[in-house]
Design a protein around this ligand. Structure first.
Ligand SMILES: [Zn+2]
Length: 433
């Protein structure tokens, strides 16, 4: 093999880590062992078979094993010492590349083969190539890996909520009836957050920078969803004693501040993650728990009134209670990392906490949506008699302001990452990750 022949280029991190792993495991094997390495890396068309002859003693690429759509599988055949293997790795470094042209399903990696930033507690395998193309990311949603169920558990519910919005559109006059505007805002946001999450889980494997940016948008959409809950609660769910109170008049502006706090803190927590993972987790949890407590305080008070027999419209209370139950379960799964923490590697593909977290979040949102719709219809005449009239600024206007503020915050956090990306792309820059 002549290095560089066939126009190979490197993905240095992966080559580096694969070699390190290979060298580390070498001592556990006797001579004449066969080591599969760089599984799934596709050579360029001009490279077929050429280098196997030169590296015959130590490294061999069996071209007969290459079946388009399945392979190729690169193999190292070691007959000599660990030093020879190290030499093979050294010589091959920079002479291979991950293909960005083929359209087969991409290979998967173990935890030690991907950058630290994408590693998850207790998830030992099933990681996608962290240098994936957008096309491979889309294709990978049809392949089983540790993000597949995360993608689908939010992609399918998106269309369920869109369908529910379409049904409401056919029975309500959203354009002319201001009373329905809080519901419209809420419904738009429960369609947005699972869709943004699904996209984040799909495209997060393109690069380290993209990984962060995808989850900035995920957090921003969750923050807006929380803001949408506050808008709908402010107009439809508020307990009777608090209707027309000072709290109700301040509820939406305070929720907007909460949204700014939530997006800022959750995005910032990603920068802290590498050097202080525990602190990052606490920050991110706090970012979402604070708005949740604020939003649900009136609801909890109303539920307590209703269970005490002191509320006039108890129809939606059971659905509100189910929602709270699932919200608590969601929070528990997010913070505990159970069950994979108890059995690392057992739940890599199916059943890990993030998947359960997605499912609980969606089921909780379903009960919440039913409760909000129920309250909107059942309390309409009473709320109208109390003079509660949603304004454009307090509903759709607030949503637009919240959207712009969140986009601005996300943009601010994206700048250093995009700048770093550009710096790395400059000629002569030495890639370190
Ligand atoms: Zn998620």
């Amino acid at each position: 093999m002549s290095e560089g022949r066939g126009g190979y280029h490197g993905c240095p991190l992966l080559v580096e880590e694969t070699c390190s792993k290979l060298e580390a495991s070498f001592s556990r094997f006797s001579l004449y062992n066969l080591f599969p390495v760089w599984r799934g890396i596709w050579p360029s068309s001009s490279s077929s078979g050429g280098w196997a002859e030169v590296w015959e003693r130590c490294m061999r690429w069996d071209s007969a094993a290459v079946v388009r759509g399945v392979g190729p599988i690169w193999l190292v055949l070691c007959r000599e010492s660990r030093a020879t293997l190290s030499q093979v790795c050294e010589r091959s470094r920079g002479a291979i590349r991950l293909s960005s042209q083929h359209t087969t399903l991409p290979a998967l990696f173990d935890i030690h083969q991907v950058p630290k930033v994408v590693q998850e507690d207790g998830i030992m395998s099933g990681y996608r190539d962290p240098c994936s193309t957008a096309l491979n990311c889309v294709l990978s949603s049809f392949q089983i890996h540790n993000e597949t169920i995360n993608i689908w558990t939010h992609f399918l519910p998106t269309w369920y909520f869109v369908w529910r919005l379409a049904v409401l559109c056919s029975s309500l006059d959203f354009s002319a009836d201001p009373y329905t505007w809080p519901l419209l805002v809420y419904m738009l946001l429960i369609c947005l957050y699972p869709f943004a999450s699904s996209c984040a889980h799909t495209f997060s494997a393109m690069s380290t920078q993209t990984y962060h940016i995808c989850f900035f948008f995920d957090y921003g959409s969750l923050s807006l969803y929380s803001f949408g809950c506050a808008i709908s609660y402010s107009y439809y769910v508020m307990p009777e004693p608090w209707v027309n109170s000072r709290l109700q008049s301040c509820f939406v502006p305070l929720a907007l501040l909460n949204s700014v706090f939530c997006t800022s803190l959750s995005c910032y927590s990603r920068f802290v993650e590498l050097w202080a993972p525990q602190r990052s987790k606490v920050m991110r949890t706090a970012a979402f728990v604070v708005p949740f407590i604020f939003d649900t305080t009136p609801l909890i008070y109303r539920i307590l009134l209703c269970y005490g027999g002191g509320c006039a419209h108890p129809q939606a209370v059971s659905n509100h209670s189910y929602h709270l139950l699932f919200a608590l379960l969601t929070c528990f799964l997010f913070t505990s990392h159970l069950p994979e923490r108890l059995a690392p590697g057992r739940f890599d593909y199916i059943g890990h906490s993030h998947q359960l977290f997605h499912v609980c979040a969606v089921v909780g949102t379903h009960f919440q949506m039913e409760a909000v719709v129920e309250d909107m219809f059942s309390r309409r005449s009473w709320l109208t008699d109390q003079g509660v009239a949603p304004s454009f600024l307090g509903t759709i206007g607030a949503l637009l302001i919240g959207l712009l503020l969140n986009l601005f915050i996300i943009g601010l956090f994206c700048v250093p990452l995009l700048w770093k990306c550009q710096t790395h792309a400059q000629p002569g820059h030495k890639q370190t990750q």
